[in-house]
Design a protein around this ligand. Structure first.
Ligand code: MN
Length: 247
């Protein structure tokens, strides 16, 4: 039996082409280092700092990563791609061309008799009403229909700009070292675990590696990021562990 790997928040594309390319090569190097024993890979959102695909056009970047991922699925590795708040506009390209399974919201799976609850981590908390409303609009059919009408040079240019603005705003919140009990993911997991027998809650989005116990028997893992931390989680059938990739 192979291992299961989890990573999120590569934010490829930011802050500029050159810096992102270095990071993309690092991600690919990590993927090459795990592909021998990897059975399933969970890419848990914000892989791209911005992604939008038209019916016939995709962003002309990320060829190294996409090639590596296609190679892995060709070799029988199962890959799940979660929509993050930066790359929610993935439609069928990554599924049909790369062979990844696209996940819209949460994914609940049992692996090795353990129950996993996985989600990118945005929009889970009901009190974030403004954010959740914007999220709903961005994901709506008519917003997508409208965006489809824009010429890619304009549409993708505009979105890159918006994505950068949103990242700047979010990264301030991301850096805030708020206590664990105030973390939305912790509150969500605590609340959820009270009425379910989930073993592991796995999130990205916060850019903050976390591995703590929740309630009586559950654990919360936050995957950190690949902007400054290069962290990922590994499930070997018995234990889940957080690691930092060095190359
Ligand atoms: Mn995010």
């Amino acid at each position: 039996m192979g291992k299961v790997y989890f990573a999120s928040d590569f934010h490829l594309g930011t802050p500029d082409y050159e810096t992102s390319l270095i990071r993309e090569k690092k991600v690919v190097s990590w993927l090459k280092s795990i592909e021998q024993d990897c059975e399933t890979l969970f890419l848990m959102g914000d892989v791209f700092d911005f992604w939008y695909e038209y019916k016939t056009v995709v962003p002309k970047n990320y060829s190294r990563l996409l090639g590596q991922l296609a190679n892995m699925t060709d070799n029988g590795i199962k890959i799940y791609f979660f929509k993050g708040n930066h790359d929610m506009w993935t439609f069928d390209y990554l599924q049909t061309e790369i062979g990844m399974t696209i996940i819209d919201e949460e994914l609940m799976l049992t692996m090795d008799d353990k129950k996993f609850f996985m989600h990118h981590g945005d929009g889970l908390w009901k009190s974030e009403t403004t954010y959740n409303m914007i999220r709903k609009i961005f994901r709506s059919k008519w917003a997508i229909w409208l965006f489809h009408r824009l010429h890619p040079n304009f549409g993708i240019g505009l979105a890159n700009f918006l994505s950068r603005t949103s990242r700047k705003k979010n990264s301030i919140a991301d850096e805030q070292d708020i206590p664990l009990e105030k973390e939305h993911h912790y509150q969500f997991a605590l609340n959820h675990a009270a009425t379910s027998d989930t073993d592991f809650y796995i999130f990205g989005h916060r850019h903050k590696p976390i591995d703590v116990q929740v309630g009586q028997k559950s654990r919360l893992i936050n995957l950190g990021d690949w902007v400054t931390k290069f962290t990922y989680a590994e499930w070997d059938g018995k234990n889940i562990t957080l690691h930092t990739y060095h190359n």
